[in-house]
Design a protein around this ligand. Structure first.
Ligand SMILES: *Cc1c(COP(=O)(O)O)cnc(C)c1O
Ligand SMILES: [Zn+2]
Length: 425
């Protein structure tokens, strides 16, 4: 494959620092395997563990631990693949942009956006996690790869499975937007709509994964590997800022993969001495109509009460988040905050972002922008402290939420006077 030779330097050996999987509950370690549930104590949530001491020595000895690829695989030493990546050559390395106009509008003097609305191949942060999962599916030799999704994971799985030459199937809830269905069908994936919500589709897929062991489910049996891919967003942010991190990071929050892996990536960079140990506060933004983690945060609760989602932010519509408790702990540890914004604040956030920075994000981006606005207005973040707002998805896929609140389109005849009147400047 020519592309592999040009984009992956064959002379640069891939040094591996992955140990395998480790259970957070019983602490037992396991070799690589496609299960998210501990084989010993059946607790969910096996974590990929690394040889950080070995990696620290390697980094100190040669500055070449960063691979030359212009993609998330630049950080392959901190990702769980054991072979050179075979898909995802364009994933990651999205821009960190200074947002002066948006900052002025919300009272933030040092504001940045990490813009995964232009992540590739399918314009959301999910390309990072799915690139990792599909490479792992190839390593394990699965015959087909699938997922359960609110839309963006299914787009990523469909595109990256096509690149890998694997058949793909994607399972989505009934309310999934047309733009996202098309964004899976175009790659030749089998698209299955469950008449129900995401949590119901998820339950079905978990049961299917139990009985069909020849299938790789990106976010079920491959989940431990999948979720690791999210760390690349933070590594990029650190490198783009000159190997340091901002004081505050504001993220959207649904299943909570991105948030808990942000916390893990920060700890890793500090453990490895790649950044100093200045504290970084993490903030999670939910939609009011799907805010089980924010509710628990505000009630100072030690458990999460599932909800039935009802929000325009369909990629955040997860009512029973798998990693919700871990997200609560992570945010409490950093002194950050989890909150929610209403659907109208989400739509205002989408329009504000577009009109100040020229970025059309999907509703998840309106959610983080809306929450950032609240945090600065309520002086919960001081105006002069450096803050990164993460934009996770692209608005061109799902324009529906803003359709009703945009200005009217004017129509004119083939007539100059009418045109002059319409332009009216
Ligand atoms: C999946 C998704 C999220 C939420 O991420 P979690 O890791 O599930 O919390 C946010 N924004 C977009 C655009 C997504 O697709
Ligand atoms: Zn265990």
């Amino acid at each position: 494959m020519a592309r592999l030779e040009t984009l992956i330097s064959p002379e640069r050996e891939q040094r591996e620092f992955v140990n395998g999987l480790k259970c957070g509950s019983c602490n037992h370690s396991f070799p690589d395997q496609a299960t998210y549930v501990c084989p010993d104590c059946v607790a969910p949530g096996l974590e990929v563990s690394y040889d950080y001491d070995g990696l620290k020595t390697y980094i100190a000895r040669q500055g070449e631990w960063l691979r030359p690829e212009h993609s998330m695989w630049r950080y392959a030493s901190l990702l769980p693949c054991r072979e050179l990546p075979r898909v995802g050559f364009y994933t990651g390395m999205t821009p960190l942009v200074e947002a002066k106009n948006l900052g002025r509008a919300i009272g933030a003097e040092r504001l940045y956006l990490k813009d995964d609305s232009v992540n590739r191949p399918t314009l959301s942060y999910k390309d990072r996690v799915v690139s990792t999962a599909v490479n792992k599916a190839l390593e394990f030799g699965f015959e087909a790869v699938g997922c359960v999704s609110t839309g963006n994971v299914s787009n990523s799985v469909s595109a990256l499975a096509a690149e890998a030459g694997l058949p793909a199937f994607v399972v989505v809830p009934q309310n999934t937007e047309k733009g996202k269905l098309i964004g899976s069908l175009i790659y030749g994936a089998k698209v299955i709509v469950v008449r129900g919500n995401y949590d119901e589709a998820n339950n079905l897929c978990k049961q299917l994964a139990q009985v069909n062991k020849n299938l790789g489910f990106a976010n079920i049996n491959l989940r431990s590997y999948y979720s690791e891919g999210a760390k690349s967003l933070v590594y990029e942010m650190a490198e783009e800022l000159g190997w340091r991190l901002p004081r505050h990071i504001i993220l959207p929050l649904a299943g909570a993969t991105l948030l808990i892996k942000t916390a893990k990536a920060i700890t890793e960079l500090q453990t490895l001495g790649l950044i100093d140990s200045s504290p970084v506060k993490i903030y999670g933004a939910q939609a009011q109509g799907s805010a089980p983690i924010a509710n628990a945060f505000e009630a100072n609760a030690d458990s999460i009460t599932p909800v039935t989602p009802n929000t325009v932010a369909s990629s955040l519509a997860i009512g029973n988040p798998g990693d919700g408790m871990a997200a609560l702990r992570a945010v409490r540890n950093t002194g950050g905050k989890i909150g929610y914004v209403s659907d109208s604040e989400i739509i205002e956030g989408m329009k504000l972002l577009a009109r100040t920075e020229g970025i059309f994000a999907e509703a998840a981006g309106g959610t983080t922008v809306g929450f950032a606005k609240k945090l600065f207005e309520q002086k919960l973040i001081p105006p002069d402290e450096e803050t990164v707002v993460v934009i996770t998805g692209n608005g061109y896929k799902t324009p529906d939420p803003v359709l009703g609140s945009l200005s009217r389109i004017e129509e004119v005849d083939y007539n100059l006077d009418q045109l002059r009147q319409a332009v009216n400047f």
